[in-house]
Design a protein around this ligand. Structure first.
Ligand code: ZN
Ligand code: ZN
Length: 232
């Protein structure tokens, strides 16, 4: 109850979440928003931030071993203070952060012509058991906000999580891959182009597993929209 009050309060309170200044925009003031860590020279495929001096559009990893997704859009780098805010959505149920984070990501994507937009947004699913325990899936909520802002339908039943898995954050890169093997299945597909929606991308194992399953059903293009990308 107390936690829900926090989310309700944030909707009527216009103080910036970082500096407490009264802000015309909800949740975050202009200066704090401008100061957030953003990719300056992101790899077009996986959004890892390349050195500003790099003249390449793709990182070495994506060139030598191309992932099954084509394009990643990341609103921020997973650095201070974004790396403090996103865990709070999960651990402290501060879901009000999703509104301004989604708006930032949508603003970046709306720079692209709508002809390049996907036909549907696919939130990274959680297992049924976890959803019952948590009461909601935050990536589903993020996808709903993005869908509304960009007028793209959300399909939360195309990809299902078959079983509960260990939290990826507890595992190293090799364990992350093993942890997710055969963890996702795709129901009847009707799309040619979709975007997977997730909050943070670290090694990309989750996105790779889901994109692989989607591509196997004949989807030509899978993109990835994330709030934040862990930098090199
Ligand atoms: Zn501020
Ligand atoms: Zn890359």
């Amino acid at each position: 109850m107390i936690l829900d009050l926090k989310n309700i309060w944030s909707n009527i309170n216009h103080n910036c979440v970082f500096c407490d200044l009264i802000s015309a925009n909800k949740s975050i003031c202009h200066d704090c928003f401008e100061d957030l860590p953003r990719p300056t020279n992101p790899c077009l495929c996986c959004a890892i931030d390349l050195p500003v001096t790099s003249k390449y559009q793709y990182c070495h990893q994506c060139v030598s071993n191309p992932p099954p997704f084509k394009r990643t859009y990341a609103a921020f780098n997973y650095q201070f203070p974004i790396n403090l805010v996103i865990p709070k959505i999960k651990k402290e149920r501060q879901r009000f952060h999703l509104t301004w984070l989604a708006a930032a990501l949508a603003a970046q994507i709306s720079n692209q012509p709508s002809s390049k937009h996907p036909q549907a947004l696919i939130p990274v699913p959680i297992s049924m058991l976890k959803k019952i325990y948590k009461g909601y899936n935050q990536t589903e909520q993020l996808a709903q906000y993005l869908g509304k802002l960009l007028k793209i339908p959300v399909d939360d039943s195309l990809v299902l999580k078959n079983r509960n898995t260990r939290p990826q954050a507890e595992l190293n890169a090799r364990e992350r891959k093993q942890n997710l093997q055969q963890a996702f299945s795709v129901t009847d597909n009707i799309y040619q182009h979709v975007a997977i929606i997730d909050d943070v991308m670290t090694t990309g194992s989750t996105a790779i597993e889901i994109a692989k399953a989607l591509r196997e059903t004949g989807i030509e293009q899978v993109d990835l929209w994330i709030l934040a990308r862990t930098p090199l």
